[in-house]
Write a protein that binds this ligand. Structure first.
Ligand code: HEM
Ligand code: FES
Length: 369
């Protein structure tokens, strides 16, 4: 909700999450080094640690990329999504330790700079087995650094959401670079059965998860009432579209509809006077594009299910002192039929939520807008 600097809230859950993460990383490194030295006593503990840091970063990178689609497929994974940034920073630190130690261990003994030595030791950009794979690792590390350094909400607010999002979507570029780094580096040597099998399996799992989650969303959009192109509910003369009945919207929650290709969350809630209100806002949270339609009304505000950013239903603005704003939509009722104007209003524009009288004393159903 804040456009400025906000202190990270260290909830007990976050602390537990980070403690489990630190323990798992320590356990992984301990087991990796012990197993590696047992299987190949000719290697040093430093070499095994370098490999342990690298593979641990690779495993975490897979986990990070899997959390998004998993959370979309099953809400029980949502808590992992809230803490994905801590996973990201941990992954970067492991990759940094891996890259840094690799430079010292393999390239610091000569009289040229370790970076120059690493990038020139293999010598050929066209021969697969002699490709300078460290260059790919270095590029991935630089991108991961940019993401880790800008992971705080301070940067999200200052870089603006679209720039921040584009930068962080680059994690897929970093993933591609790391896959090539490993395929053209470590996997050029015979052996490495776990890594050899794990890399394509990891890629297949990630691709499948993204495809399944994506196709579920497309199917959900198709099932949602469509104002245009979907053959759904009809448009009125004034452009308003009938999207659902009041009773179909869960109390203090929303129903998702697709209007002119955009997802719109139509909320039903009680105002301070106990009247039943219907309001429509964009489904996209200003923070990290969380699905507001899956959120709830808390203290009179639409509350994002991902990290709790809040917006007033009547104008899509975050309550002071916060300054985020989302687009709103005009809503009116025809009996208990909810009609929404598919043309979004500018973010933060007031649009009076419709009032629905649930138990009219007599006559036809009350209609107000
Ligand atoms: C400055 C950047 C980097 C450098 C100089 C570097 C260097 C190296 C070197 C020399 C190896 C071969 C190690 C060996 O065979 O003993 C290696 C392997 C590897 N690297 Fe990197 N790397 C960098 C970045 C990264 C990043 C960002 C990741 C992942 C996020 C990564 C993941 C791996 C993995 C998984 C292996 C295979 C480990 C194994 O053999 O078990 N590297 N890297
Ligand atoms: S996406 Fe983070 S609060 Fe909405």
């Amino acid at each position: 909700m804040s456009a400025g600097y906000r202190v990270v809230l260290w909830t007990p859950y976050k602390k537990r999450h980070d403690a489990v993460l630190a323990l798992a990383v320590a356990l992984y490194l301990g087991c990796f080094v012990a197993l590696g030295l047992t299987r190949d006593p000719s290697t040093t503990i430093e070499t095994q640690l370098i490999r342990g840091f690298g593979t641990c970063a690779l495993v975490l990178l897979h986990l990070i990329l899997a959390i998004g689609p998993l959370a979309r497929l099953d809400s029980r994974f949502l808590p992992l999504l809230y803490n994905r940034r801590h996973l990201g920073v941990t992954m970067f630190l492991l990759a940094l330790a891996h890259g840094g130690f690799a430079l010292v261990q393999f390239h610091a003994q000569g009289d040229v700079h370790p970076l120059v030595s690493a990038l020139s030791s293999h010598g050929s950009l066209v021969t697969q087995s002699r490709f300078p794979f460290e260059l790919l690792g270095l590029l991935a590390l630089l991108w991961l650094f940019l993401m880790a350094a800008t992971s705080h909400d301070f940067w999200l607010a200052n870089l603006t959401a679209p720039v921040w999002k584009a930068l962080h979507m680059g994690v897929y570029v970093a993933y591609g670079l790391v896959v090539l780094h490993v395929a053209l580096g470590a996997l050029q040597d015979p052996g490495q059965p776990v890594l050899r099998a794990g890399l394509p399996i990891g890629f297949a799992v990630l691709a499948t998860l993204h495809l399944v989650a994506g196709s579920r969303e497309v199917a959900a959009d198709r099932e949602a009432p469509q104002a245009a192109g979907g053959g759904g509910m009809a448009s009125r003369d004034d452009g308003f579209v009938a999207v659902c009945r009041v009773g179909e919207i869960p109390e203090e929650r929303a129903t998702l509809v697709v209007l002119a290709g955009e997802r719109v969350a139509v909320f039903r809630y009680r105002d301070v006077d106990g009247r039943q209100r219907i309001a429509a806002v964009s489904n996209v949270c200003r923070h990290q594009n969380g699905p507001l339609g899956e959120g709830r009304i808390v203290d009179g505000c639409i509350t994002c299910p991902w990290h709790g950013y809040q917006y007033r239903p009547e104008d899509g603005a975050s309550p002071p002192p916060f300054t985020e704003k989302i687009p709103t939509f005009r809503v009116r009722l025809d009996g208990d039929l909810v009609l929404v104007d598919p043309r979004p209003l500018a973010p933060g524009t007031h649009s009076e939520p419709a009032i629905h009288h649930d138990a009219p004393a007599a006559g036809p159903a009350a209609v107000e807008s």
